[in-house]
Design a protein around this ligand. Structure first.
Ligand SMILES: Cc1ncc(COP(=O)(O)O)c(C=O)c1O
Length: 541
């Protein structure tokens, strides 16, 4: 679907409403100038929506928009809806599957459909005023629980250590090897980190109780900003703190980009990047995961002397565990006058000199325009930061709405993060990174060839089992055998590539990791996603 095609539908409808020729409809004047009232605007959009199957929240519509702006907005929603991770609205197969299941559910009070035939994405697509999907979804979860198979939302009864005790919502409890959380370097329960958090709590109290731009910036926040700038060691850099990593992407992208500009994303980019793009109303373009030729083709097609373009990639991809090609992306972007955002949520403190991340490891830290970090991963707290040149930081501080209109970071957590950063950039961090890399290589080595690990080369190790319909069985089996690992299904992973996701940490022992490998292999055998060993080789366990 193109901008022209959408414009064509809008013009056709307005010409029809006013009983004039299409050439009488101006595209570049506010619709109010055209004499088009709000009712007709709504009708024009409804017509486009029906013809193009695009949904746009009414709150985003403005009668002072030009027709061209409106077409652009529709195109943006169309492209976002088509993105592989949120594609249900555009996916005829998924909708047909949902319709079939919904009908069967509707026909029976009991669980006639069988919960194993349902998948999470089937509950995304209902648009009826009755919100039927809420009842259906609840019945689905109740059925799984009644069958004793609901392993999601289990409560962790202590800190995120390598072994955890968890309790299912049904009350069943398990002791598990914990490969499900981002505590990569073990700092969330490090005694020095806890002591620093306690001290900040004593000094600053429970919450910042104000937006950072008003009166919520506390001394401990400034200390963290300064420590980050010092850590990266690039002249003229600044740091802007946000209350989550998600908010860094949403707030920064929507402040930095404008309607009509272009955001070019790796197809595997995180949802927070897509939501930032959506909020900015820039055009959204994709290239296939890691495909630089694809990126170049997109850049070539949109580049222009005054064109504003932002390319978004990640340091280590959160669903696949492979590294971003940061240096090559930066070089290409420069060639076409584009800026680059690198989200290092899963790589900061874990790679590069003293943990400075993948951009630093690939020698281009000083050429990345927007570096995004989260404190919920290796920093072991919560929150996030944008690292960029000071003028950008000052601007984003004022124009990122989810920072301006939201409370500053929790002071105790900020104090803990400050200490985690100090440890991570020291010899302590170097030792933990060495153990982390060795642990991850060990697990990958033991699983390689026996299950599908995708392209993982890092501490994020997916085991792709394929069909979303196996997810309940896989999650239940892992927990019952003693492993706590994440489950990613569509839309968090591409359709048909549902996976177990393991986060390896520096703190796991080899015995724990070996047991985890055994559990994965036993589950893969039992549920049919083990790979056959190459002829003549007997796998050892
Ligand atoms: C790549 C990426 N960016 C951003 C985020 C959001 O970070 P947070 O959980 O700190 O909000 C995540 C979270 O998992 C992520 O994987």
């Amino acid at each position: 679907m193109t901008h022209d095609a959408i414009t064509g539908v809008l013009v056709e409808h307005l010409a029809d409403v006013f009983a004039v020729g299409a050439d009488a409809i101006a595209l570049d004047r506010p619709m109010t100038d055209l004499g088009v009232g709000s009712l007709e605007t709504v009708e024009a959009i409804a017509a486009a929506t029906r013809a193009l199957r695009i949904r746009v929240p009414m709150a985003e519509l403005d009668a002072a928009m030009t027709l061209t702006d409106l077409a652009e907005l529709l195109l943006l929603h169309h492209e976002v809806a088509r993105a592989p991770r949120i594609a249900f609205e555009e996916d005829a197969d998924a909708q047909a599957a949902w319709a079939a299941v919904a009908d069967r559910l509707e026909a029976s009070e009991a669980s006639a459909a069988g919960y194993e035939h349902l998948t999470y994405d089937m509950f995304l697509g209902s648009a009826s005023g009755a919100h039927r999907e809420i009842d259906h979804f609840n019945r689905w979860i109740d059925d799984i629980m009644a069958d004793g198979r609901y392993a999601f939302e289990s409560t962790h009864l202590g800190a995120q250590r390598p072994v955890v005790r968890v309790e299912r919502p049904t009350g069943e409890a398990f002791e598990l090897i914990n490969l499900s959380c981002y505590n990569y370097l073990g700092y969330s329960h490090h005694p020095d980190v806890i002591a620093a958090a306690r001290q900040a709590l004593d000094t600053y109290g429970l919450g910042a109780t104000s937006s950072p731009i008003a009166s919520g910036t506390l001394g401990v926040h400034r200390q963290l900003e300064d420590a980050l700038v010092d850590f990266f060691g690039v002249p003229d850099l600044g740091a802007s703190l946000f209350s989550s990593g998600y908010a860094v992407n949403v707030g920064t992208i929507s402040a930095f980009m404008t309607p009509g500009s272009y955001i070019v994303c790796d197809r595997a980019a995180h949802m927070s990047i897509l939501e930032g793009a959506q909020l900015s109303r820039a055009h959204l373009r994709y290239f296939d995961h890691g495909d630089l030729a694809g990126l170049e083709a997109v850049l070539r097609s949109i580049a222009g002397p005054e064109q504003r373009i932002l390319v978004c990639i990640e340091g280590v991809y959160s669903a696949d565990g492979d590294y971003g090609r940061v240096a090559e992306t930066v070089a290409l972007a420069r060639q076409y006058g584009a800026r680059v955002l690198v989200d290092e949520a899963h790589s900061m403190l874990l790679d590069g000199p003293h943990g400075r991340g993948v951009a630093a490891a690939q020698g281009v830290l000083d050429q990345v325009d927007l570096l995004v970090i989260t404190f919920s991963k290796a920093f072991a707290g919560v929150g996030g930061a944008l690292i960029a040149r000071r003028p950008i930081i000052r601007y984003v501080n004022w124009y990122a709405r989810c920072r301006m209109f939201s409370c500053a970071m929790d002071p105790a957590v900020t104090g803990g993060i400050l200490k985690a950063l100090k440890l991570a950039r020291s010899a302590d961090g170097d030792a933990r990174r060495t153990r982390l890399h060795a642990n991850a290589a060990h697990v990958r080595g033991r699983l390689r060839g026996r299950v599908d690990l995708g392209e993982s080369t890092s501490w994020i190790i997916p085991v792709i089992y394929g069909s979303e319909r196996l997810s309940i069985a896989v999650s239940d089996a892992l927990q019952r055998k003693g492993l706590d690992a994440g489950i990613l299904t569509f839309p968090a992973a591409p359709r048909g590539e549902a996976r177990i996701r393991m986060f390896i940490t520096s703190e796991h022992t080899r015995a724990q990791l070996d047991r985890a490998v055994e559990i994965i292999l036993e589950t893969a055998d039992a549920l049919g996603f083990a790979r056959k060993p190459p002829a003549g080789q007997t796998p050892s366990r």
